[in-house]
Structures are given as structure tokens and as C-alpha cells.
Design a protein around this ligand. Sequence first.
Ligand SMILES: Nc1ncnc2c1ncn2[C@@H]1O[C@H](COP(=O)(O)OP(=O)(O)O)[C@@H](O)[C@H]1O
Ligand SMILES: [Mg+2]
Length: 225
Amino acid sequence: MNNIVECHSLGFSYAEGDKKTAVLNNLDFVLSPGETVAVLGKSGCGKSTLLNLIGGLDQPSSGKILVNGTNISQINEESRTQLRAKTFGFVYQFHHLLNDFSSLYNVGLPLLIQGDNKYSALSQAKELLTRVGLEHRINHKPSELSGGERQRVAIARSIITKPECLLADEPTGNLDTTNSDEVLELILELNKDNISSLLVVTHDRAIANKMDRIVTLENQKLSIS
Ligand SMILES: Nc1ncnc2c1ncn2[C@@H]1O[C@H](COP(=O)(O)OP(=O)(O)O)[C@@H](O)[C@H]1O
Ligand SMILES: [Mg+2]
């Protein structure tokens, strides 16, 4: 079986005019199927940059990234979008839900975009919202939910397409301790149910300790902690 993600000698710099900001250099990393890994590191060290590269939202400046054995720089934009949608679910620090839509539509949207029929998409969305404890909030819009509830909707949305790997960027960074613990437990449970991989960026060691493995990003590279 292929690894979910392989980064080989990965390098990345942000370029603005003639100003270059080097963020990652010669970074190697492997994520295998079903594995849960935390990326620790100080603010500004490049954790989000790494996740965006792995998720195909940015292109490496050097080196390569394989997703399920495919070099994502060597396929066209359309294939990359398909591979990304099939492989990854994304959860961010801020929920990025659509404010004009109910929880039900926010969660069902990835399936509607894939072309599933409305009945099927919305019934799966309802099932998942029930699974994350929000059956009584399916018709609420994001502004009518608490921070923890919004994050649970975002998690339901991220896994509705049954991705092989969840990429989570400080998923509890905006929550108080109680909500943060609940959301993390939920992510871990769902991950077990779906036997998917999890790559979670955090600066919280307590969260990191719940993963199979911890790596630390510093000096533009990952090291094992
Ligand atoms: N669009 C950008 N242009 C230039 N520099 C950026 C950009 N985005 C992030 N950076 C810089 O890259 C570094 C890594 O950022 P980021 O990956 O967001 O760090 P982290 O997620 O670990 O806090 C930071 O020093 C940041 O200032
Ligand atoms: Mg970040």
C-alpha cells in the first residue's frame, strides 16, 4: 500500500517581488495509512505552510510531495483537485463555514459539489451531524452556534467525503479547554471509525501527546521529538 503522504527534500519560500522568505528547506516526512501524527512548532515556523503544501494548496519551491504515490507537481490542476478531494479533509482554526447556510447544508455541500443528489447528500449530512452531537442544530446557521459547535460542524463537513487523511491546522486553537478536549476526542474517535490518517498541527503538547507520533518543525525541517 502507498503511503498517504511522502515529502522528499521539500523546500518552500514565499516570494514577493525580490524579497524571498525561506520557510522550509530539505524537509523529509512520511505519513502512512491510519497513522496519527502531530506537528509541533513555534508560531511562524511554517506549520501551516507545510500543511498547505501537503494539501496541494501551494506548490513546493523544490523537492517533491507524493500523495498516495503520485507526485502532485507532475499532474494537471484538475487531477490535483480530484486527488485532493479524494484523499484529504481539512479542518482549520477558524471554521470557514458558509454563514448564509444551515449546518445541514454546510456539511452536505462537499457531496453536492461532487454531484451527489440532494436527498442523499443531506441525509448523510444529517447522519454525521447526529454523530457529532448536533442533531438539534441542523437548521442553525454558524452565527447561531457556539464556537465548539461550529468546530464540530466543520469536522463533520471535513469527513463527509470519507477522506483517507484529515489535515487539521490548530483545530482547537480558538476554543476553551473543555471544548478543545471534546473536539479533539471527537476527531480521534471519527478517525478510528474511518480508519483514516490524521496530521494535526498544534502548539499544544497535551494534544500532540494523544497522537501515535510527534514531529517538531524547527529550522525549516522536521525532527522527531
Ligand atoms: N503569504 C506570505 N508571504 C510571505 N511570507 C509569509 C506568507 N505566509 C506566511 N509567511 C511567513 O512564513 C512563515 C511561516 O508561516 P506559517 O506557515 O503561517 O507559520 P505557522 O503556521 O507555523 O505559524 C512566517 O514567518 C510567516 O510570516
Ligand atoms: Mg499556522
